[in-house]
Design a protein around this ligand. Structure first.
Ligand code: PLP
Length: 466
């Protein structure tokens, strides 16, 4: 299995090198050179497997010979053993045709644990074999940082430094990061906003000597391995509802297009998926694209679903490449135009092709609240991101799509207690493993918006220097 870049200039690589590199040298994103597909009886053979074994079967189609026999399966078992329910990704029926696929039973209560718990283990395994050590640096506005820290803590071959904007994450989100006191974890609160943190991370990556000295690496959502690790739960849900004989639709609250692209990939592998419904919030670039081929970035404004407060959906480039018949030069030109003008000129025929599969809706804060209230009245407590997904599934599912709709429930309601309480009057409780979160010791540095100061903090932290 080899990987190509969406911009067509980078040399093909294997899975291991894609895992470590993240982004291709030409600025593009990696995709498999050809998609693996499964036949009817192969899907059926997966039905009934425990989640982690099913995940290993699917992911092994993408990892080539990076892992010896049995290694990937053991990593998956280990990664998902830490989830709070044996089902790992339980499916809860909401009404006659709707099901919530609960992706929030991992250690940090959001779906990002599915990919990052596995990635931490993949990194450590590959680095040990290569005799290398890396420093992971990332910026977070909330959920990614805690999932990455939880996945990397105490791993032998990597150190991790996460920057967050001082005072701008929720208390739950901050404490999920800053109460991890493992020696290989360091949190830095930056005096600035999320963009300040993000710019600082980019500057560190662009500083070639520093990058080489620290052996910097990233775990952000453009890493192909993250998408690959998100495909299995769509397969698991569809098989539970009767695939490959029966079709399903998925509704996904998404901002960066990562999670919905994983659903697209499952379909590309042969899973019978009739519709992909995107739930957006007021930052509605994806919904505007699907309804009107208007992919123009506007300023980001805060919403009740902060993990979707995004106007540049980095993973969209993967779909674009596919819509343009895998023409890297055209993909690169389209992305360049987007960067220069703020509007992405997706050709009409490519867009038309996508509209038969994709549907999208921008859900306002008011509608998110009333959807949470409605679900609660029916006995289901949803977080605001999940509610955007269910609301979109009601508005967009065309009647002809008479198939079950699976909504990706991306966060635990206790991760966003204020919004949930505002909508339902019920304040969700943190699950047992986090019940004492507010009593735990926090540790983090506060640094000014000063690259040199942050670089020196990273340098002193990285054990490769120690
Ligand atoms: C990250 C996140 C999302 C958005 O995921 P994409 O990568 O943009 O698809 C949605 N909901 C929650 C709770 C998240 O943490």
């Amino acid at each position: 299995m080899r990987y190509v870049s969406t911009r067509g200039e980078a040399a093909p690589r294997d899975f291991e090198s894609v895992l470590l590199a993240g982004l291709a040298e030409d600025g593009g994103l990696f995709l498999p050179e050809s998609w693996p597909t499964l036949a009817g009886e192969e899907w059926e053979a997966l039905r009934g497997l425990p989640y982690s074994d099913l995940a290993a079967e699917i992911i092994s189609r993408f990892t080539g010979d990076t892992f010896a026999d049995g290694v990937l399966r053991d990593m998956c078992r280990d990664a998902y053993a830490g989830f709070a329910t044996p089902a790992v990704a339980p499916l809860v029926q909401l009404d006659e045709r709707r099901f919530a696929l609960e992706l929030f039973h991992g250690p940090t209560l959001a779906f990002k644990d599915f990919a990052l718990q596995l990635l931490g283990r993949m990194f450590d395994h590959v680095l040990a074999r290569r005799g290398e050590r890396i420093t992971i640096v990332g910026a977070t506005s909330g959920d990614t940082g805690s999932a990455a820290i939880e996945a990397c803590r105490d791993r032998a071959n990597l150190d991790i430094v996460i920057l967050h904007p001082e005072g701008r994450t929720s208390a739950v989100q901050r404490r999920q990061m800053t109460t991890v006191l493992s020696p290989n974890v360091r949190n830095i609160a930056i005096k600035g906003d999320f963009d300040t943190c993000q710019d600082m991370v980019k500057a560190m990556f662009n500083d070639a000597p520093f990058r080489a000295e620290m052996n910097l690496s990233a775990v952000n959502s453009i890493n192909w391995a993250r998408i690959a690790a998100q495909i299995p739960y769509y397969v698991y849900a569809a098989l539970s509802l009767g695939a490959p004989e029966r079709e399903v639709a998925f509704a996904v609250p998404t901002g960066n297009f990562g999670n919905v692209f994983a659903a697209w990939a499952a379909r590309r592998m042969g899973l019978p998926v009739t519709a992909l419904i995107i739930g957006a919030n007021r930052n509605d670039i994806l919904a505007r694209w699907i309804t009107a081929n208007d992919m123009s970035a506007r300023p980001v404004t805060p919403s009740l679903s902060p993990s979707m407060d995004i106007q540049v959906s980095s993973n969209f480039e993967r779909l674009l490449f596919e819509l343009l018949d895998r023409d890297g030069a055209r993909t690169a030109a389209t992305m360049r135009a987007f960067r220069e003008t703020g509007t992405m000129p997706v050709p009409d025929d490519a867009w038309q092709g996508a509209t038969s599969l994709f549907h999208g809706l921008a859900v306002s804060d008011e509608d998110t609240i009333s959807e949470m209230r409605r679900l609660h009245a029916q006995g289901y407590l949803a977080d605001p991101h999940t509610a955007a997904g269910t609301a979109a599934s009601h508005a967009c599912a065309p009647e002809k799509v008479g198939v079950p709709i699976v909504i990706a429930a991306t966060a635990h309601p206790a991760k966003f207690p204020d919004a949930v309480e505002q909508a339902t009057g019920t304040r969700p409780e943190l699950p047992p493993h986090l019940a004492d979160l507010y009593a735990r010791e926090e540790r983090f540095d506060v640094l000014p918006n000063d690259l040199a100061a942050v670089q020196s903090a990273v340098r002193s932290h990285a054990r490769r220097n120690g």
